[in-house]
Design a protein around this ligand. Structure first.
Ligand code: FPP
Length: 246
């Protein structure tokens, strides 16, 4: 009898759009008696490893909170290091993103970032723009309040220009004025490091998202951890305010 081929197909368990609040880099480093930046360097690598895994699973969008509008309150040396690390990783990873057909996009106002970081981001975004696999959506100088205010201002401008009426405003219209316009609804949010907060991340998009808070620090969040999170997601019953069909 022919031996059956062992397949280890990676499943997405129905997740089209996944998001991560990548927390715990500092504590991960502290546990190892290393400086916080050591944790950020390891955390930056994990973003791309997890993105590759999401891509293999045919998840459509991975959104991640790489730098928030509040992270400017950190010491300048840490901010500088974070952006340098992002540059280093992007430079290294563009060939892989191309080979794996991953498209990089950002959400947030990146014009406040160091020029060299903006250049590296723009390069990666332009080079990968025609890729049709996973959309890796990086929140950089991103905050939900900012995103919603920006969306409302654009809607208000369209009303002033008589393109639309205030009565036309509905959920779809607001969706279409956010950074995530056109992406599938957010199915699953994972926050690492045991903190249970949303920290101004994708507040509008999270209305019916399943939430997982894992104690694992972000640098320890491997593809095996992702598999566990997705299995947990697959056990959730999503009712969207309705009733179970059983
Ligand atoms: C949280 O760890 C991490 C962040 C500040 C955001 C995510 C950053 C990375 C994954 C590193 C790569 C950097 C970029 C810009 C892509 P923390 O410092 O809050 O950890 P702690 O809560 O243990 O102190």
């Amino acid at each position: 009898m022919a031996k059956r081929k062992q397949t280890t197909e990676l499943l997405n368990y129905g997740v089209k759009h996944i998001a991560f609040i990548m927390d715990g880099n500092g504590r991960w480093a502290k546990k190892r008696m290393r400086p916080r930046n050591f944790g950020h360097a390891e955390g930056a690598k994990r973003i791309f490893e997890i993105a590759l895994d999401c891509n293999k699973r045919k998840i459509e969008v991975m959104s991640c909170y790489a730098f928030s509008t509040e992270n400017w309150n950190r010491p300048q040396s840490e901010i500088d290091y974070l952006f340098k690390q992002l540059e280093v990783e992007l430079k290294k990873k563009i060939p892989t993103l191309m080979k794996e057909n991953i498209k990089l996009v950002t959400m947030g106002d990146i014009t406040r970032l160091p020029l060299s970081t903006q250049e590296e981001i723009n390069k990666a975004v332009n080079e990968t723009s025609a890729n049709s696999g996973l959309i890796l959506n990086m929140g950089l100088n991103y905050g939900s309040y900012d995103e919603i205010i920006r969306g409302f201002k654009n809607i208000a401008k369209r009303i002033e220009a008589n393109e639309i009426k205030s009565d036309d405003i509905d959920v779809k219209m607001i969706d279409n004025h956010l950074y995530t316009a056109g992406y599938p609804p957010l199915d699953l949010l994972i926050r690492t490091s045991g903190e249970m907060r949303l920290s101004n991340f994708m507040l509008w998009q999270l209305a019916y998202t399943e939430l997982i808070f894992t104690p694992v620090y972000w640098p320890d969040y491997t593809p095996e951890q992702l598999e566990l999170s997705l299995q947990e997601f697959s056990k959730r019953k999503r009712r969207y305010g309705g009733l179970d069909n059983e």
